[in-house]
Structure formats: C-alpha cells, structure tokens
Design a protein around this ligand. Structure first.
Ligand code: ADP
Ligand code: ZN
Ligand code: ZN
Length: 742
C-alpha cells in the first residue's frame, strides 16, 4: 500500500501530492487526514504532512520511494479533520483532492500592500511630542518622521504613509509594539469594533421561539447532536433564536459558525451579532483578500474568535471545538458552489457536524424541498415559528392578471392597481419596493395575451429559444421550430419579456415625477460599497421607491415599506429548470415578506401572466405547505430531487464533433457500469448556451434513487476519463443535484 501525502497544505502553490511507502509497522494504522512525519527533499529533512489518500499501485519506481517515518505526535486535530472532510467532498462531489483541499484549507498568500491598512496614533498630542523629542535625540530618524506625520494627521493610510515618508514596515511594527500606534486592516464593515455594544438584551421570547430554543437546549445538554430546520415566516424572529442557541454552545466552551448568503450579509445583520457577542464575533466575505482570510483563520486558531459569520466558505472555519453550524436562508442557491468540487454547504455542513460532534440549525421562511422532505422522513427535526415576533402583520396580497390588463388596453409594465397604490404611498410618505424578477431567465417563450408557455413534452420544463429559430429542451435535447403565433390563442404577443430595471426606473420616474427613485442592480452596485449605500439611503428614508432585482429581497428591515410590487412574477417560472417553480415561490414569498414590517399593514401586488400557476397562487396565499405538497407531486412524477438524485456531467471542449463523440462514449461507459440498469440516463444534450467563446458544451444527466450507486458510477467515470486520451482536450465536471441549468 502507498499513501498520498501533502506536505504543505497552506502553501499558495498547493498543487502536488507525494507518494510514500507505508512501512509494515504503520499498515492499518493510517487514516485520511492523519498527520505524519516523512523524509523530504535531497537531505531527507524530516517534515510533517497529511495523508490525503491511498493507492495499491506505485506511481513511479518503487525502489526510489521513501517510507513514511511515523504518525506525528500531538498532531493538530483541526487540520486533520478538514483534510478528511476534503477527502469526503472529493469523493461525493468529484474533482481532485487538490481542488477539494483548496476549497477547505485557507491558503497562505504572500502579499504585500494589497490590503488597505490604516495607521493610527494612540498617543495624546503631548505624549506624542515628548516621544518625538526622544526619537530625535536618539537619532531614530525614520521613527521621528513617522511620528511627526501622525501628529499632524493622527490616522493615515499605511501604504501612502510609508511611501511618502520612506519608512519600512519594521518601523511601523516597532511603534506598534510599543503601543504608540495601532494598525488596522480596513474592514468592509468599516471597523465594527467602533460600533460594538456587547450585552444587547434578547427580547422576551414568544412561545414559539422559546419552544424552539428549549428543544435545542435540551438536546444539546444531553449530548444529542441533530440537524434542525427552523421553519419560520419572515419576521418570526429566527435570528433571535439562532443567537440564543449560539449562546448555549458558547457557554459549553464550543464555537459556532453562522452562514448567511453574501447578499444578506449586511451591516445591519452583522451588527445584531456584534451587539450580542461583541468582539468574539468575526466575519468573512468574498471581498476580503486571501491574506485577510488567512489572518482571520489565524485569529480563529488562536482562540480569539468564537463565532464566525460569513457566506458558504465560512463553513470551513477551523474551530477546534465546533458546536453548532447555523445556515440562515438555507434554501438559497448561493450555498451551492459553482466550482469543482461543486459542494452544497448544507450537506457538507451536516457531514462536518457529524465528524466533529456538532449540531446543525437550518433556517428559512421557505425551506428547500430537500430540507422539508428530510423533516418528513425524520432525518431533520422541524421547529416552527408561525407568528411574526415583533411588530407587523402579514401583508395583504393582490394578484394582478397582466393578460387582462393587456386586453383592457393597458400595455404599461405597471398594472392600474399598482399605479394607484404607489400614488397612495407617496401621499402618505410611505415607501415602496418594486421587485423585478429576472432570475433564471433562459429564453423561455410565453404569450402575453393568454399566458401560454411552450414546454418539452418529455421533461415538463420550458423549451428555450435559441438563435436560428429553434426551441430546445436542455434536459433531453428535444427541439422544434420557434413559433410566432400563440398555438393556444392565436395572438401575436408571443415572445420574451424584455424590460430591465433601467427601463422600469425611467418609466417610474416619468409616471411619478415627484418621487425620489433608487435603483439597485448589477450596474448600480459595482463599486465596493454600492450595495450598502443604496440600502442605507433607502433605510434612512431618503428615497421613496426602490427598484431592484433579487438583491433587494434580503437582509434589510425597512419598517416604512408598506407596498411591494413584484413585476414579471413568472419570469423565473419558466426557466428551463426543474427548480423553477420552487425558486419562483421562494422569491415571491420572500419579496412579499418585505412589506409591512413596521406598524402599518403592508400590501403586495404580484403582476403575472400565469395567475393560476400553483407557485404564484400559493405564494400569494403565503401557503408554504400547500406549495410543498403540490411541488412534491411534480418531483415524484418526474423523478427529480429530492425524490431522486440527479448527477449532471458537464463537458466542454474546443471541437464539437469530438465532444459529441466523447459524450456518447461516456454515456455508454456509464451504462456498462450500471449493469442492472438502475439509473436513468438523459442526453447528452446541448445546454442553453451551447458555445461560449468557441468552447462547446454538452451535458449528460444520470438520475436514480441510489445515491451510493451514482457516486460509484461517477468515480468510475472519473477514472475512465483520466486514462483515456480521447478526453484530454476536454474539461469534464460533475455537478450533483445542480442548482442551475448548465
Ligand atoms: P427573521 O430572522 O425570522 O426574519 P428576526 O429575528 O429578524 O426575524 O426578527 C424580526 C424582527 O422582530 C426584528 O426586528 C427582531 O428584533 C424582532 N423580534 C424578534 N423576536 C422578538 C420578540 N420575541 N419580541 C419582540 N421583537 C422581536
Ligand atoms: Zn396565447
Ligand atoms: Zn425534454
């Protein structure tokens, strides 16, 4: 037996595994993740490394292969566990061990001057002047220059300062050590420490909140570690419940990770956690550099931090005694990585928790079908919050049938009802949010007169319009010519919905000239804090109407918003994706939940061409369970997740013919592996975007109830791809239960 060893897992150039011989005395004793001592390099220096895998065959001349010396003493448990988790991810989601390790282990990057750092003078003016005399007296010129500059302006940018004065980092560090100056990395949340107000009291809990907290607490104290789903309507006080659970875990001397989708990771949200736990809390986000992230991990390892808040990747925070992982808005598709290994944070969190004896708490107002199904099957424990906790009642919802508006001669993007309600809000100085649903738009063709949508008769997902006048199914490859006349009602109003946020902004400004209008989308949030600034302007009521895409649905609590308009509610409904209805239901429910969070009751207008679709109707009725039941029927009938598992094999390459042939070979190989014919195989089909910058794309789907079998077939395919030269010019990735259409 041979072992793969990684010797430097935090190195920037982490790209190589070394094979070592396993000596007889260690046979059977090694496990993936274990830290071992190996001879390395020409001098056979003894260094430490991690076991990342085993193999039966030597990768090169066995005589030249060195043996593992021993298992490292007092090995750092946390890295070992993360390496083992990476191995699980590689196995489960596909890809290489290196890719998995890079996902899980923070990389140490040698970087200079990339971070924005600020130098601040800590001495009073008098003490500073006195010190300056001392430096001058001792002829410490650089120190004197630095201090003099800071006496003029006590807080300055590190880079500018050092360049301007020609002083080195060592000088800065020397003064920092003497506590004359401080050095702060500029944070996205502009120095949260200034705002920290530890000791914010928790509110008087509602009966439901208390019940959820008690259930968790009793289990936790008994040593029971489970996965819970907090299914609570928007505003039911889920965050307060999480914080109470976290407090329980911290009291027991353990640590907690809180995952929040990046889009909802606002200043407001983070401050609630700081308010409760003070500087025991830290944040991660994608705007931090690799170096900053690495520093955070160092702080974690040194025990400075007990609660880490961040998006998906914060899941790998190296806490030594992890007690709890909270995943807020657990239904969000952002929890699924779009890079190999294409892991889902929910499943990976459950796996990590299982390995480390932690609990998992998932929360959502619109749980994913996966999680609710797991509750029904008894895998997760359901904790329900049905009432709003603070102020505010559930809003009144109107569904406006845009087909009727069209027939009545209104061709505007706004229905008459929405126009009138906006007027009334402007008069009362209340705020309005207009939400344009653009998610998942993939060229579906619908009739604006009758709402008809062209679907694949085999897959029950909508056909997508491609260039060249064809409509294609992305699941099975079925195609037919595009239509110009609605096959259902004969109308010519058939085509795609084209309005963007900018057009809506112009229209709204024309229609309501007195209103102060803000727009939030990819264009207006490109700058670093664009997103925060727009939300802050709106929160401070310096604007009347906020127009935006899904970005505006999350994160902020705007008590003065009493009207939410949802435009093109069906936009996400007919994307060619089996999750379309679920996504639509989630978006509509979440958007509606924005209205009436304050004292006055809210109203919501859903504009749609499909008022009778169950996802629209049930979102309007705020009926999650009704939606769950209806959607599960569909998933059962079609064999889609969570009832069955779906493995997408994504293939890209520069030559279309080769790609097509390879895809067919790969499918045949899969059929041979699945001897008993248990799996269903669909495709290979052309995805919506069949070619990107001269790279062609194909996708093959494998479907079945047996998770283990799918993983086995995947592993065999990976080997087959590795040893067959025919695949060399192609890139092949696996996506397990994909979130998005490829
Ligand atoms: P969710 O995360 O479920 O949307 P939050 O935890 O953000 O809900 O709570 C919504 C609002 O209600 C917040 O302003 C919060 O401070 C308040 N709140 C939560 N629980 C209570 C309670 N028990 N009593 C009073 N206000 C509460
Ligand atoms: Zn029609
Ligand atoms: Zn089809």
């Amino acid at each position: 037996m041979y072992a793969d060893i990684i010797v430097d897992i935090t190195h920037e150039k982490l790209d190589k595994v070394f094979q070592y011989r396993i000596p007889p005395k260690l046979e059977g004793a090694l496990q993936i993740g274990m830290e071992v001592v190996v001879p390395f390099g020409k001098g056979n220096k003894e260094i430490r490394g991690y076991v990342t895998g085993f193999s039966h065959k030597p990768g090169y001349d066995e005589k030249k292969m060195k043996p593992i010396l021993c298992i490292a003493q007092g090995s750092v448990a946390i890295e070992s566990r993360l390496v083992a988790l990476a191995a699980w991810m590689k196995e489960y989601y596909g890809g290489t061990m290196i890719q998995a390790l890079k996902t899980v282990i923070p990389i140490k990057k040698q970087e200079k001057a990339r971070r924005k750092r600020r130098v601040r003078l800590l001495l009073s003016e008098d003490a500073g002047k006195e010190q300056l005399e001392i430096f001058l007296h001792k002829n410490q010129k650089a120190r004197a220059r630095l201090l003099a500059a800071l006496l003029e302006q006590p807080e300055q940018d590190y880079e500018l300062l050092t360049k301007k004065l020609n002083v080195t980092g060592a000088v800065i560090r020397a003064l920092e050590e003497k506590k004359m100056i401080s050095l702060n990395s500029e944070n996205v949340f502009r120095n949260p420490i200034h705002h920290k107000s530890q000791g914010t009291e928790s509110p008087e809990f509602t009966v439901e909140q208390q019940h959820a907290i008690n259930s968790f607490r009793e289990d936790y104290r008994k040593g029971l570690r489970k996965t819970y789903l907090v299914y609570g309507i928007t505003g039911s006080g889920k965050t307060e419940v999480y914080m109470e659970m976290i407090a329980e875990v911290l009291e027991a001397g353990s640590q907690a990770i809180v995952l929040i989708p990046e889009i909802a990771l606002t200043y407001q949200t983070v401050m609630r956690f700081y308010g409760r736990f003070g500087d025991r809390v830290s944040i991660l986000n994608s705007r931090m550099s690799a170096g900053e992230r690495y520093d955070q991990m160092e702080r974690v390892k040194s025990g400075e931090v007990d609660v880490m808040i961040g998006p998906r990747s914060a899941l790998f925070t190296p806490f030594p005694h992890l007690g709890l992982i909270v995943i807020d808005e657990e239904h969000e598709s952002a929890y699924k990585s779009e890079q190999t290994p294409r892991y889902h944070a929910r499943d990976t969190a459950i796996e990590r928790a299982k390995r480390e004896g932690a609990s998992v708490v998932l929360g959502s107002a619109t749980p994913s079908l996966e999680s609710f199904y797991a509750c029904k099957c008894g895998h997760f424990q359901l904790l329900e919050l049905k009432q709003r906790a603070g102020e505010g009642e559930l809003p009144k919802v109107y569904v406006e049938d845009m087909r009727k508006e069209l027939r009545a001669g209104n061709r505007s993007i706004l229905s008459d009802r929405l126009k009138n309600l906006i007027d009334s809000r402007l008069l009362r100085h209340e705020q309005v949010m207009l939400f344009l649903n653009r998610r998942g738009y993939a060229g579906f063709v619908s009739c604006r007169s009758c709402g008809y949508v062209v679907k694949c008769s085999h897959c029950d997902v909508s056909l997508a319009a491609h260039k060249g006048g064809r409509m294609i199914c992305h699941y099975c490859g079925y195609e037919e010519p595009a239509v110009n006349i609605c096959p259902c009602c004969g109308s010519l109003y058939i085509g795609g919905f084209r309005a963007g946020t900018q057009q809506i902004e112009e229209l709204v400004k024309r229609q309501f000239p007195a209103a102060r209008v803000l727009r939030m989308d990819m264009d207006t949030t490109r700058t670093k804090d664009g997103h925060e600034k727009i939300l802050e302007t709106f929160a401070s009521e310096d604007a009347d109407i906020l127009i935006g895409t899904q970005m505006i649905v999350k994160g902020h609590d705007f008590p003065n918003v009493t009207l939410v308009g949802i435009l093109a509610a069906d936009m996400s409904l007919y994307s060619s994706d089996y999750r379309a209805a679920e996504r639509t239901f989630q978006l509509l429910t979440q958007a509606a939940g924005r209205a009436g969070r304050g004292r006055s009751k809210g109203e919501v207008v859903i504009q749609t061409y499909s008022p009778d679709h169950y996802s629209v109707k049930l979102a309007a009725a705020q009926d999650y369970e009704g939606f769950y039941a209806a959607e599960m029927e569909y998933r059962k009938m079609m064999g889609y997740p969570p009832v069955e598992q779906l493995l997408a094999v994504l293939m890209t390459g520069p030559d279309e013919n080769n790609l097509e042939t390879a895809a067919k070979y790969l499918k045949e190989f899969a059929i041979r592996v699945d001897k008993k014919g248990i799996l269903q195989m669909i495709g290979p089909a052309s995805p919506y975007v069949a070619k990107v910058s001269d790279v062609y794309r194909r996708v093959l789907y494998l479907k079945g109830r047996d998770n283990r079998l799918l993983i086995e077939v995947k592993n065999r395919m990976e080997k087959y791809i590795e040893i067959n030269k025919g695949f060399q010019t192609m890139r092949i990735q696996f996506d397990f239960n994909p979130m998005n259409v490829f």
